[in-house]
Design a binder for this molecule. Sequence first.
Ligand SMILES: Nc1nc2c(ncn2[C@@H]2O[C@H](COP(=O)(O)OP(=O)(O)OP(=O)(O)O)[C@@H](O)[C@H]2O)c(=O)[nH]1
Length: 299
Amino acid sequence: MSLCLLSEISLPDAPSYAAVATDEYWRAPHVQQHQSLLGQLQSTLDLREQLQIFSMAAGNILPLAGVHLQTAIGDFGAAGSSEASHQHRSLLMLKEQCLAKLHYYSEQPFTPLICTRLQALEVEWLYSLRNALVVTRLQQMALKDTLTGLGNRRFFDDSLSKAIQLANRNNSHCAILLLDLDNFKQVNDLYGHAAGDEVLIAVAEAMHSTLRSTDSLFRFGGDEFAVVLSDDDVASSELIARRLVKAIQRQHSCQQHQVTASIGIAHWQKDQQPEALFSAADKALYLAKEAGKNRVRQA
Ligand SMILES: Nc1nc2c(ncn2[C@@H]2O[C@H](COP(=O)(O)OP(=O)(O)OP(=O)(O)O)[C@@H](O)[C@H]2O)c(=O)[nH]1
């Protein structure tokens, strides 16, 4: 089994897992799969990739419709996973510590023999899984805002650089929205920091449910948020910004505390550096505030 093919099937538009698992191509002898599994799992610290590798090996024991991994740092599904009429659950335990819960789904029954063989595979995974969980947790801590779970400023800087590189390479576009809440300070002042935190979480949720990709959503600390728009969404930047303003205005706790949002938009210009793009969006945001708040302005 080639690692190249494994990374291909982890793409979002990959064929369904069931299709891949039943394909003759993957029906290498069980022993051969098993021997190489440990090496394959150790070749990556990416949790999703490990799940994919493990799922392929498990699919060699029984055609699977899906495999889900439930961990303390999030739930992950193998590419193309879906539920099916038969289900089997396992606890992945390492030295009395529960690393994860694993859910297998198949249209075929999980006989005791199949469960025993799956368990043997799970044992192969434990140390690599523990390492991947630690690394993923550290990545989350380094890149996420702990209050809202959105990307933090470091993640934003990284994402913006990548979006600009991509736009440069493909001769395409990107844009950023900078959002600052209006009248937020009074929530802290009148009702305390915990009430302010609740508003920030509610705003993050409202933005989350308004946008297609949550990967592009960030909070810098305080009441400042940002969105990086890739080529597909640049033409609708104003529409997206207005939707965000409305969603926040309609949000219950924002209504209760008369908190609204102002947004500045800047579209990337060829050869423009990230700092210049950010500064343009910041100026547009300032104009939105100056014009009376609860509105959108373009650079
Ligand atoms: N609850 C809470 N407050 C925070 C956090 N981080 C920063 N703040 C507060 O957020 C407030 C942001 O201040 P401003 O943006 O000037 O307040 P504002 O009332 O929204 O001002 P305008 O933007 O002019 O409408 C400050 O009072 C900070 O102390 C946080 O994590 N939680």
